[in-house]
Design a protein around this ligand. Structure first.
Ligand code: B1M
Length: 210
């Protein structure tokens, strides 16, 4: 059944993935086993296929949606079982920027890979990033920007984190079409990812257990 569930996520069949997750749970399969052996296993394949160029964004999106459906059923069970997330990420699109399709994809892929994600949405001011870091104590803060006019807001958020004395306790990860590694290094972020699959790889690397 887990193999069938993995296939449903790979094919992007949301209803089937949700039903199979419910069925697996009702037949006594553990939530963590379902997560690791079917859902995360499928998203690992999705990420690898995307990086090889064997899968395009829309196909990645439908798999992520299928994963999301299954996670809706699984999440409460995981919480009950006390399954620890791989890490916690606070993420948002920066002030002045309302592009969120790519950021949402990153969120889905991160969740699909076992991260707990607090999504602050779009047009997030520096103060809100700072507040969220204070409140949620994430391992990673992710910022997305799609405009050359808004990516310049990223260093302001980093400065606000420094001013609040929070920068040392959180890794900062950047993404979005106009951003690149050089810019990320220049403004003192901890990493940049060009797409959702590499965002997951980067997030794993930024965790202390790396
Ligand atoms: Co806008 N827009 N847009 N837009 N828009 C762009 C970005 C643009 C390149 C189009 C163009 O001119 N060719 C251009 C920016 C030019 C520039 O600054 N260099 C542009 C512009 C100018 C504008 C407006 C200013 C237009 C206007 O009103 N005059 C305006 C700005 C509004 C604002 O933000 N204040 C605007 C508005 C819009 C819409 C509302 C119509 C819509 C957004 C809808 C939404 O997001 N809910 C929109 C769209 C859809 C686009 C394009 C067509 C597509 C963006 C997208 O979703 N790509 C875009 C042109 C293009 O890219 N071809 C364009 C698909 C998505 C999966 O990719 O977002 O790159 P992407 O995300 C990737 C990676 O970047 C990475 O992973 C994702 C998945 O692989 N990634 C991360 C993203 N965030 C990450 C975070 C990470 C790690 C990786 O870690 C934290």
């Amino acid at each position: 059944m887990l193999e069938e569930l993995k296939q449903a996520v790979l094919e992007g069949e949301q209803d089937k993935a949700t039903e199979l997750t419910e069925k697996a749970l009702s037949e006594g399969v553990g939530a963590e086993k379902i997560l690791n052996e079917a859902l995360i296993a499928a998203m690992d394949i999705v990420g690898a296929e995307y990086e090889r160029g064997d899968r395009y964004v829309p196909e990645m999106l439908i798999s992520a949606e299928a994963m999301k459906g299954a996670m809706g059923v699984l999440r409460p069970k995981l919480a009950e079982a006390g399954v620890k997330a791989r890490g916690k990420v606070v993420i948002g699109t920066v002030e002045g920027d309302l592009h969120d399709i790519g950021k949402n994809l990153v969120v889905m892929m991160l969740e699909g890979s076992g991260f707990e994600v607090e999504d602050l949405g779009i047009e997030v001011p520096a103060d809100n990033f700072v507040e969220a870091v204070r409140e949620h104590k994430p391992d990673i803060l992710g910022m997305s920007a799609l405009l050359t006019t808004t990516m310049v807001y990223m260093p302001e958020v980093i400065k606000a984190l420094q001013d609040a004395g929070l920068r040392d306790g959180v890794k900062v990860m950047l993404g979005g079409a106009p951003v690149n590694r050089e810019y990320s290094d220049k403004i003192g972020a901890d990493g940049y990812a060009p797409d959702a699959a590499s965002a997951v790889e980067l997030a794993k690397k930024l965790m202390p257990q790396g």
